[in-house]
Design a protein around this ligand. Structure first.
Ligand code: SF4
Length: 372
């Protein structure tokens, strides 16, 4: 049992209306896990996506991040740009429109707010909803990752997303999140909790190498597990190493660290939750015996806008990784199969909205992927 114990650490609090308990015994067990303790996965999966960086405005300034732009320089895609990027993705056989965001632009981003107002939108979430509609019209399933969200914000877009996500990164207060505008682990936990309340299939993850220690990694994974046990809504957990870039010159985590933390994730998380590593940020061949079962979203048409210095491997390379592991490679949709209605079912039998389920049922491309 990963959940039982006497001594517990609490995460969350009244400010964000979330409370998560992690037992000391579970932390100790997680800290003991090594790669030899977990079984390799029997297959590897991936999703074919198009990255649509809706806005680079972000109220935070994480020191490892090159995604955000400062006020006056931040971009906001026009509806025409969104439509064109979705068209290119759909033509390339993608199934997912990944809407990447900074965290909600604050008052400093006057140009972004004025532009949204000119286009008739009161908020970035209203605009995200319109962007998701464009993706659906193009034959793509939206998966939005708009940072922290309130319940009202997520409810604005939940029914037009196949799944959503936010990286927890870590439950620790680390210097890399510091400065005058530091993002809060509690707020991230709240967002994951809200997704469960709203019945949204959800992706989250931890970021390795931003100043957290082994205990922090164990507690972060256990906090995700606790929220999943509350709602059953986490579909996958990304184990992502931080990598050097123009704003971050720190050493990335080494191979042995990644092997141990991936094994820890596999041991801590229930079997139905995927363990994902990004193949452009780490040597997956060295991790496939540690319980990795998913390679995440990979785009044949756009760069990784979060890590633009690190190119996606070609789809052939994903096949070579699976061959190396001796397991089949399967494409999947951005929402895991267990959240969809069983054969002959209606949307009421699954987690996705009527709108998303209709799109999946009507899309030949989706059907082909589900039949793999
Ligand atoms: S990591 Fe996310 S929250 Fe932090 S600055 Fe970058 S976009 Fe903003």
């Amino acid at each position: 049992m990963w959940g039982c114990a006497v001594t517990e650490t609490q995460f969350g609090g009244d400010e964000y209306d979330v409370s998560v308990s992690v037992s000391e015994a579970a932390v100790e067990r997680a800290l003991d896990v090594r790669p030899a303790d977990v079984a390799p996965a029997s297959s590897l999966t991936f999703a074919r996506n198009v990255f649509v960086p809706l806005t680079t405005a972000c109220r935070y300034t994480c020191t490892y991040c090159t995604y955000y732009d400062v006020p006056g320089e931040a971009s906001l895609l026009t509806p025409e740009e969104i439509r064109e990027q979705c068209r290119v993705g759909a033509d390339a056989g993608c199934t997912e429109a990944l809407f990447t965001f900074g965290d909600q632009p604050d008052d400093r981003y006057t140009a972004i707010h004025e532009q949204l107002g000119e286009w008739g939108y009161d908020s970035i979430h209203e605009y995200l909803r319109a962007a998701c509609e464009i993706a659906l019209e193009a034959g793509l399933l939206p998966h939005a990752n708009p940072g922290d969200q309130t319940r009202a914000q997520m409810a604005t877009v939940a029914d037009v997303n196949a799944s959503m996500g936010v990286m927890l990164e870590t439950t620790a207060d680390v210097q890399a999140h510091g400065g005058p505008r530091a993002k809060s682990p509690e707020q991230r936990l709240h967002t994951i909790d809200v997704a469960g309340d709203l019945g949204v299939p959800f992706t989250t993850g931890i970021l390795v190498g931003i100043g957290e220690d082994w205990r922090d990694r164990a507690e972060s994974l256990l906090a995700i597990r606790a929220l999943h046990e509350r709602h059953d809504h986490v579909q996958e957990v990304i184990v992502q190493p931080v990598r050097p870039n123009a704003r971050w010159q720190g050493e990335p985590p080494g191979a042995e660290t990644m092997r141990r933390v991936v094994a820890m994730a596999r041991a801590v998380l229930p079997a139905e939750v995927g363990v994902q590593v990004p193949p452009n940020l780490t040597d997956v061949r060295g991790l496939v015996d540690c319980g990795v079962d998913d390679l995440g979203g990979v785009s044949p048409v756009t760069k990784d806008h979060i890590n633009p210095d690190y190119a996606w491997p070609a789809l052939d390379e994903l096949s070579a990784i699976a061959d190396h592991a001796g397991v089949p490679l399967r494409e999947r949709l951005p929402v895991y199969e267990r959240f969809l209605p069983a054969d002959g079912g209606t949307a009421d039998d699954g987690w996705v909205s009527q709108r998303i389920w209709r799109a999946i049922e009507d899309g030949d491309r989706y059907e082909a992927v589900r039949a793999e």
